[in-house]
Design a binder for this molecule. Structure first.
Ligand code: UTP
Length: 292
């Protein structure tokens, strides 16, 4: 079976409680780093990895994600009249011409696993990607999903992004045990959601990028609520391990947890320091602030 991915699923139906009150009306994935919302970085990464169908799993309160990827007629007309072609292409390029956006609703926030299952009618019977936009991955070379898509195709296998985290933080992540790594990847032998440090099988944590076989869907259907009372993607992956090979991949790049306050601050600093016009003023401000 070919493991080439064409469809990318973006679960954006979570409650985003860590960013209240902002997330009372703005979905977490619409929070900006400099001038782009987090969801745009994730979509760009999926396009680069070869995906042409973006499946957004939203809820009835999150119209702004759909509005963002919709055509903005009035604004486009105004910019066109004013001859502002650079700004015009910025808002037109949120999705390249041959890429389509599909929206499915998760009626209740029953967990990440449930959100992924909601995408089943659109994904069908082919391997697909899942991207959690609040995990922003910065890299000078190919994006994390492109790296994973290449590996999935080469190895005909599901691939999950992993990174080392400090032992005392295992309770915040899905944690994997693997066979020995070679060339940045290793076969996953076990996966557990949010284990306490003393029972964690390792300190290798799952990050929000997955390339998954569609066999995950029937497994998700049979997954009961787990950690935190939610239907966990991790539990369905644990079941997938019993029938299929799943690789853990240490991606190249730096991940920012933009679902947390400090992660969003760090990402903003990193992208500012990498920005043609902002790098100088940002550096000057930081030096000044630190000297006070
Ligand atoms: P999180 O665990 O970060 O939860 O979800 P959250 O509700 O978004 O945020 P906090 O913890 O309350 O601040 C991980 C990803 O899964 C999606 C979220 O949108 C996020 O991208 N998700 C989670 C859903 O789409 N549906 C759910 O039922 C749960």
């Amino acid at each position: 079976m070919s493991f080439r991915i064409r469809k990318a699923v973006f679960p954006v139906a979570g409650l985003g409680t860590r960013f209240l009150p902002a997330t009372k009306t703005v979905p977490k994935e619409m929070l900006p780093v400099i001038d782009k919302p987090l969801i745009q970085y994730a979509v760009d990464e999926a396009v680069e990895a070869g995906c042409d169908t973006m499946v957004f799993v939203t809820n009835r309160y999150k119209h702004s994600v759909a509005d963002y990827f919709d055509k903005a007629y009035e604004l486009e007309q105004k910019l066109e009249k004013a001859g502002k072609s650079e700004l015009l292409s910025l808002i037109r390029d949120v999705l390249p011409p041959k890429v389509r956006a599909v929206f499915v609703t998760q009626a209740e926030a029953l967990g990440l696993g449930h959100a992924v299952l909601c995408a089943r009618p659109v994904v069908g019977d082919e391997p697909f990607a899942v991207l959690l936009a609040d995990d922003l991955i910065w890299n000078r070379g190919p994006g994390a999903l492109k790296q994973m898509a290449d590996l999935a195709e080469r190895e005909s296998s599901s691939v999950i992004a992993v990174q080392d985290v400090p032992r005392d933080q295992t309770g915040s992540y899905g944690i994997v045990a693997t066979r020995e790594f070679s060339d940045h990847f290793g076969e996953i032998t076990a996966i557990v959601e949010k284990p306490k440090p003393d029972v964690a099988p390792s300190n290798l944590a799952v990050v929000g990028r997955y390339v998954l076989s569609s066999r995950i869907f029937p497994l998700l259907e049979n997954t009961q609520a787990g950690a935190g009372g939610e239907i966990q993607l991790t539990d369905a992956i644990a079941a997938l391990l019993r029938e299929d090979r799943v690789l853990g991949y240490r991606f190249q790049g730096r991940r920012f947890d933009c679902g947390s306050h400090i992660g969003l601050v760090e990402a903003t600093i990193q992208y500012a320091l990498d920005h043609e016009d902002l790098a100088g003023p940002a550096r000057a401000y930081m030096l000044d602030a630190l000297s006070r």
